[in-house]
Design a protein around this ligand. Structure first.
Ligand code: CA
Length: 239
């Protein structure tokens, strides 16, 4: 029998919790609930859920602080933040703090479930460190990617990428010179099949990745923008 996945709902509006719980359970998920940020954080630590649905405006500890603390503790659990549709800055800030994606209120249940499933799947196919396979290493001059260890280094130093940044870099780097649209990256790295919505998450992830990978993020030499087309990975010619 397939293992049931657990989704932690951190949301202080009871009516929304009810909708989320009902739909998640209908789709075969177990659910946990927290009505404030501190309880949510405690449950992440104690119960290790497979995914966190995180409202931002919460009592005690807000969603931004919860998200940042989760990532500061090195926990890779997918986090989907729940924001108001008009709160543009909240979305970007949430992504900056390490959330995987956001859902806007009012959300469609179908879209929500698609995103929950995509993120749980993505987390599941993360490589297991124990499985050795030498072909899993990409040597790219100063940059080296070890898929098994989920480790990317530059000049021998750990780039300290988040899981998403690592996957994005690995995807681009294993297709050197090929340009991918943001849409394509959403589908292939974010695992959203047929996704037609907001692709800004790609831009935020690229920007964060450049801050870690590039010598000077303002003039990128590895992760290149093709204006109006998308992004590609290149190796600088002088390397
Ligand atoms: Ca709230």
């Amino acid at each position: 029998m397939e293992k049931k996945h657990t989704v932690l709902i951190v949301e202080d509006e009871k009516s929304i919790v009810d909708i989320l719980r009902f739909n998640l359970q209908k789709e075969g998920f177990d659910t946990l609930e927290a009505f404030d940020g501190q309880t949510g954080l405690d449950l992440v630590m104690e119960k290790a859920p497979d995914l966190v649905l995180l409202d931002l405006m919460l009592p005690v500890l807000n969603g931004f602080e919860v998200c940042r603390t989760i990532r500061d503790r090195g926990i890779n659990t997918p986090v989907l933040i729940i924001t108001a549709r008009e709160a543009e800055n909240d979305k970007i800030m949430g992504l900056e703090l390490g959330a995987d994606d956001y859902i806007t209120k009012p959300f469609s249940v179908r879209e929500l479930m698609a995103r929950v499933k995509a993120n749980v799947r993505r987390a599941e196919r993360m490589p297991q460190p124990a499985q050795e396979a030498p072909s899993q290493i990409l040597e790219l001059g100063r940059i080296r990617i070890d898929r098994n260890a989920s480790l990317a280094t530059k000049d021998g130093a750990n780039l300290e990428l988040t899981q998403r940044e690592f996957e994005l870099l690995t995807y681009l780097a294993s297709n050197q010179g090929k340009v991918f649209s943001r849409q394509e990256l959403m589908e292939r790295v974010w695992n959203y099949a047929g996704y037609v919505g907001d692709v800004r998450g790609v831009d935020v992830a690229v920007r964060r990745l450049r801050e870690k990978v590039e010598d000077n993020p303002a003039t990128p030499r590895y992760i290149i923008t093709r204006r109006g087309v998308g992004y590609l990975f290149e190796r600088p010619e002088d390397e």
